[in-house]
Design a binder for this molecule. Sequence first.
Ligand code: XMP
Length: 508
Amino acid sequence: IVLILDYGSQYTHLITRRIRTLSIFSLCISGTSSLKTITDLNPSVIILSGGPHSVHTPNSPSFPDGFVEYVEKNGIFVLGICYGLQLIVQKLGGAVAVGEKQEYGKMVIEVVWMSHGDEAVSLPDGFEVVARSEQGAVAAVENKCRRFYGLQYHPEVTHSPKGMETLRHFLLDVCGVEAGWKMEDVMEEEIKVIRGMVGPQDHVICALSGGVDSTVAATLVHKAIGERLHCIFVDNGLLRCKEQERVMETFEKDLHLPVTCVDASVRFLSELKGVTDPEKKRKIIGKEFIAVFDAFAHDLEKKLGRKPTYLVQGTLYPDVIESCPPPGSGKTHSHTIKSHHNVGGLPKDMKLKLIEPLKLLFKDEVRELGKILDVPVSFLKRHPFPGPGLAVRIPGDVTQGNALDILRQVDEIFIQAIKDAGIYDEIWQAFAVFLPVKTTGVQGDQRTHSNAVALRAVTSHDGMTADWYYFEHKFLDDVSRKICNSVRGVNRVCLDITSKPPSTIEWE
Ligand code: XMP
């Protein structure tokens, strides 16, 4: 494998992803991982990532003691990128200084993407400069004999036009890595692991949210252990129009998953009645979900005569990396913007062991795996839908008037129009929001005093930042007219034109 030691660069995930697109398996771990963690992974190539630090700052992150001896003894190739290069230079006896001219942005060596303030000024013995930037700064170095290489620029970003070629050349031609990593192999390997882990008497449970991750995870586990998997899908009363029917059809007809559908809408909505605080709403939904899930596990225990032992979760690789940010990277999770509830957030005291078959994959890889597992492509392309559902799209009390009903109708019209216009796949997420205000209108010959709704559509790569989507005026005009003409209780349609930041994607 190609192991990436992360020193906090915003591009580290990209390196991992780019290498995987070359059909080479790569993993990313914290740059300050112990030597044992590194040796246990038995890498053939190690890439030291960039990072926001300077090697001169006290306690700036570095690889562990014994690292250089370990890689040299085992003939492991090491490539340092930006901060990684500076680490190599400094640790092997060269010198790094603040560059006279700082280089951020496009620089020509061949054109590559530079973003650094420090630079190597004297190289360790045996190292050669193989490329310089236009301004004369060291852009690439190597010590072929000791198998150390370094790039001051970022080959992983698309702004470096020959970046992918550089990575490909380095891994395949220089290091002799074999490219043969395929999603089919990942699937076979995971199935083997699951079969090895789950004993013949063990039963496994899984909460399906209707989203891509839990569906692909459950389908994979089902392939591995068949009917000993038991899934639950909860209708919490906060689902979209025909959501239950639509996802259950995919689960049962297309995927043959053993799913129990529990209609718990009454208990969710009665607990939410009168609650207006967004965080309180999320907590109630989380708590109710756990109660429903607990009851499901107990019923199953009665039926099977034994407790289920495992729980499947659709955790993805970015969640795993982000939950253990490298020290000093400035990434912390201390500031909760919203407490995300998703059906995965189950309490530890359930004493279930976890199966997380997707935890080494990125979202697009999960979609690819889903395709191999025959999950319908239309399902794999569905926009994300948050765990608390429509509750975060009705500011205030979700049970007010017929807000849920109105919202479902408006949302359905909006999404159908987007699909009809052929733009669904361009959009990360689109939905309607019920506005808890009444405004004056004139419909027919009558004055009305009805609700306003908002439409929101955004483009995004990962949901962390987002831009609002530019619709054609004609599209907006048609949708607005259709909504006011066919949804009773709505006389005004607004468009949300804020990006994230400053707004979040959802309204609560
Ligand atoms: P925000 O609104 O924070 O959303 O910009 C980013 C992405 O996360 C989804 N989202 C949630 N997902 N539970 C979830 O499972 C939640 O509580 C939740 N809140 C937001 C949102 O739909 C978007 O894709």
